[in-house]
Ligand binder design. Structure first.
Ligand code: AMP
Length: 450
């Protein structure tokens, strides 16, 4: 489908698109339209800027009939207040010629005002998970009429610790509904969520072409273990002229902190770190310092560095090898921007070879290997994850039966409670206490997450 006419969209939407000046659908819009319209569950891998908001709104609005009912029929969950405002604005632009009602709700503002707004009735509700959950628990918002659920930027949402709210919201929704999810990156957490709640979803991925930019040179090193990787990186970073603006990627917060701690001793004021356990202010400050050249090295997790638009990065270092090849493409795309030359290094252990090969087959390109430099110490120290697991033989107490994992318990517990609304609410109140102020609530939430 090459033009909006091929979508056979209704007149009202057509006028709105004309007003917006859009000439043809973007790739994600083309790919998602018929899938969403068919009512199937969908998982879209797409970054901000690809036109993903309209990609899900277009078929949803096309399908949404006029109604006077109060309870919303479409629920869109996004991670931040800014995104709520942005999505509401885009829906308003699109719905300009139809009488679709849309409402945005988010934390940090008076909940009573929002309760009143909800009571007025709406067709589409756009919400952050925390506020949405509070509104549902206080019975101000009913989710029983939701036919379509969109979760946008789910990777950011999980990284911010919203899994609890998301899974609980899932349980409060009617069973017969369409689930649509968008994420820029794929992680194991997201896969687990999809497995638990989606029904044979169709995957639409346009995040990458698999073809890296010509102006990014790629190289890789095979390295023994985490601390040897630290030694290698420290060795390379000594060349300040060559490595003048280095973005180091790690896959999780724990590794980010561990690496930062090691490098901090050697490079002190030249290094900063960002991941989701750092406060927003800390993250903004770190990014600014790095971007303005006050810090030479930035250590970041995939999710946090995703939206970064940084200038003139000399090197992207993949300190670990992403197990989803898409993430590698995102990482290296941080360098070589605006036609500048960029360099990417990949450190992989023997265990990570499989992931490196997946990346290579996606790109149809073999990353040139560099010999491990001489004189770098091979570390004997291992991270807790690298330490060999002790295998017990003939332990009579050992449980051999299958023990379901945490998420299984979680789900089973909740399912049991479906018909005990009052008790369930009381249970949750106990858990969270009654928030007196927003600060208090946040404090409780934070503590729970630990
Ligand atoms: P998003 O990825 O949803 O954040 O959208 C990024 C931007 O692309 C938004 O500002 C949209 O207004 C714009 N956009 C969305 N679809 C199209 C299109 N088909 N043609 C041109 N611009 C678009």
């Amino acid at each position: 489908m090459e033009s909006f006419e091929d979508f056979k969209i209704n007149k009202q939407l057509g006028y709105a698109i004309e007003d917006l000046g859009f000439k043809k659908p973007t790739l994600i819009q083309k790919e998602s339209f018929s899938v969403i319209l068919s009512g199937k569950d969908m998982v879209g891998i797409a970054q901000t800027g690809t036109g993903k908001t309209f990609a899900y709104m277009l078929p949803i609005l096309q399908d949404l009939k006029f109604s006077k009912q109060e309870n919303p029929r479409v629920l869109i969950i996004v991670p931040t207040r800014e995104l709520v405002l942005q999505v509401v604005e885009q829906i308003e632009q699109f719905g300009k010629y139809s009488s679709i009602r849309v409402l945005g709700v988010y934390g940090g503002t008076n909940i009573n005002t929002q309760k009143q707004a909800v009571a007025q009735g709406t067709d589409i509700i756009v919400a952050t998970p925390g506020r949405l959950y509070d509104l549902v628990l206080s019975r101000s918002l009913q989710l029983k009429s939701i036919k379509k659920l969109v979760i946008d930027e789910v990777d950011v949402m999980l990284d911010l610790g919203f899994r609890f709210q998301i899974t609980n919201i899932f349980d409060l929704l009617p069973e017969r509904r369409q689930n649509i999810m968008f994420s820029a990156t794929m992680t194991e957490d997201i896969e687990a969520l999809i497995d638990d709640f989606f029904i044979t979803p169709q995957k639409v991925s346009i995040a990458l072409s698999g073809t890296p930019l010509d102006n990014i040179s790629q190289q890789c090193y095979i390295v023994q273990n985490f601390y040897t990787k630290v030694n290698l990186l420290a060795h390379l970073l000594q060349d300040e002229e060559e490595y003048h603006k280095v973005l180091v990627f790690v896959s999780n917060k724990k590794s980010a902190d561990r690496l930062f701690e090691e490098l901090d001793e050697l490079f002190g004021s030249e290094i900063c770190v960002i991941h989701s356990n750092k406060t927003q202010n800390y993250r903004i400050r770190s990014i600014k310092q790095f971007d303005e050249g006050d810090n030479r090295i930035l250590v970041a997790t995939d999710v946090m560095a995703r939206g970064l638009d940084l200038d003139k990065i000399s090197h992207v270092v993949n300190f670990d090898t992403p197990n989803f090849p898409e993430n590698y493409m995102h990482r290296i795309g941080r360098t070589g921007r605006a036609k500048q030359e960029g360099k990417s290094l990949l450190f992989y252990t023997e265990k990570e070879t499989r992931f490196k090969e997946d990346i290579e087959s996606l790109m149809d390109y073999q990353i040139p290997e560099i010999d491990f430099p001489e004189g770098i110490e091979i570390a004997t120290r291992l991270t807790p994850e690298e330490q060999p697991k002790i295998v017990e033989r003939d332990n009579p107490h050992k449980q051999t039966q299958y023990v379901p994992g945490a998420s299984f318990h979680e789900k089973k517990e909740k399912n049991k409670k479906v018909n005990q609304r009052g008790a369930y609410e009381r249970e949750l109140k106990k858990k969270y206490k009654k928030p007196k102020t927003r600060g208090d609530k946040n404090y409780n939430k934070r503590n729970k997450r630990k």
